[in-house]
Design a protein around this ligand. Structure first.
Ligand SMILES: [Zn+2]
Length: 293
């Protein structure tokens, strides 16, 4: 049995664990906050991966951003800072001496959720509503990566042509309206500067009218995205995850917005079940699937 050293490189964390046959062990995590220097990432990777020395046969990485030819880039370069064009595959191979595969973290999470559902939804999307809005697609039981690693970046599809400019440069993306960051920004206009998405959400749960409008706008944009992905790809199910996606009553708001649409736009809507380990587990399962091809 192959043992994978799975690594999850996110905006504010770096996690690693051993995964054999879909079972995770020895999980470790470093909080990297928002410091996005290449030197610090190299040091953090070396520190984290040193303890796994000689315990794995292969490394697989679920990373934020777009992964093409082992290079890390992003539709929204602000999310990466100095890490734009970071040679993640080469760096990790240099540290570990092991062959390394890299894929996008939302794609990895989609693959984990597909397996968590026992493979019963051959056509499904995973949408994470978090700091940003990420997504991954499984079509005919195959994880969609794309020729340039971009497949599934549905958070950058259009929600409102008159909406705010997104970090990717396009106006009115779902991410610019529905993400935790966007919820916080809209909250700042009402509740004062530096209002976070979490604060707005607490106010929504407490019944505040303005906060309810902001959170409802987010959930409606996600419901429309669910409908668009469903009608484009003939989906069986859509799994919603992420800090906002799994917050109290959010899925119900999405369901409510979706219920006003014709039945053909309404797939089975499910909460994510793999939580914070989705990237690690999904990446390892994907490496396993690649090796069996
Ligand atoms: Zn965008």
């Amino acid at each position: 049995m192959t043992t994978y050293l799975a690594v999850d490189l996110g905006g504010t964390k770096l996690a690693a664990a051993l995964v054999a046959d879909g079972v995770l062990s020895a999980r470790q995590q470093l909080n990297t906050q928002s410091d996005k220097s290449t030197e610090l990432l190299r040091q953090n990777l070396a520190t984290l991966l040193a303890s796994f020395h000689d315990q794995a046969d292969q490394v697989v990485v679920a990373s934020t951003g777009i992964i093409q030819d082992g290079l890390l880039t992003a539709l929204n370069p602000q999310n990466l800072g100095g890490l734009d064009h970071f040679p993640i595959k080469a760096e990790i191979e240099a540290i570990t001496g092991l062959p390394t595969l890299v894929l996008n973290d939302a794609q990895a999470a989609a693959w984990a959720e597909y397996h968590a559902a026992g493979g019963q939804y051959a056509n499904m999307a995973f949408i994470t509503v978090s700091t940003g809005v990420g997504a991954g697609l499984v079509i005919d039981g195959q994880l969609q990566i794309g020729a340039r690693g971009i497949a599934g970046h549905a958070g950058h599809s259009l929600a409102d042509p008159n909406g705010p400019v997104c970090g990717c440069g396009r106006k009115g993306c779902v991410e610019a309206i529905a993400s935790g960051t966007a919820i916080g920004q809209q909250g700042s206009e009402v509740f004062g500067e530096n209002c976070t998405g979490q604060e707005v959400y607490q106010r929504y749960l407490a019944g505040d009218e303005a906060a309810t409008a902001i959170v409802s706008r987010s959930a409606t944009a996600i419901a429309q995205l669910v409908a668009d992905l469903t009608i484009t790809n003939d989906l069986d199910a859509v799994v919603i995850g992420g800090g906002v996606g799994l917050a109290a009553n959010y899925l119900e708001l999405v369901e409510e917005a979706l219920s006003s649409l014709p039945a053909v736009y309404q797939p089975k809507l499910l909460p994510a079940t793999c939580s914070t380990d989705a990237g690690l587990i999904g990446a390892a399962l994907w490496a396993q699937a690649c090796s069996q091809r």
